[in-house]
Write a protein that binds this ligand. Structure first.
Ligand code: FAD
Length: 83
């Protein structure tokens, strides 16, 4: 949590593929960029590799889960996205 006022030219929500490329390009162009990311860092080798590891690898903060997979359900459409 930031404790002092900071000023940015751009705020990017999400450090995924699109957000990270955009952040890099804008910073390279000299803009002050802030990236906000809700997910945790995954160092090499830390992804779930078994069904057992997968059981808590979902995004549902109300249940205390902050894993990789976020399931979205809409009428006639479902989606899996990552955090
Ligand atoms: C298991 C898996 C394997 C894949 N393998 C490949 C592959 O081998 N090759 C390939 O080309 N593509 C692969 N993909 C697809 C690729 O990851 C996606 O197409 C790409 O990441 C989409 O980019 P994006 O910027 O749209 O979203 P993302 O990369 O998903 O980025 C979105 C980011 O926003 C963050 N976010 C969301 N909501 C908030 C919020 N409210 N506040 C803050 N942060 C937020 C998320 O945590 C995430 O970091 C794979 C996907 C998955 C799930």
């Amino acid at each position: 949590m930031a404790t002092r006022a900071e000023h940015f030219d751009v705020v990017i929500v999400g450090s995924g593929f699109g957000g990270s490329v955009m952040a890099w390009r804008l910073a390279e162009a000299g803009l002050r960029v802030c990236v906000l990311e809700r997910g945790k860092a995954y160092p090499p080798g830390s992804f779930a590799r078994s069904p057992h590891d997968m059981r808590r690898n979902f995004w549902d903060p109300r249940k205390g889960m902050h894993g990789l997979f976020n399931l979205w359900s809409f009428q006639g459409l479902g989606g899996v996205v990552s955090a």
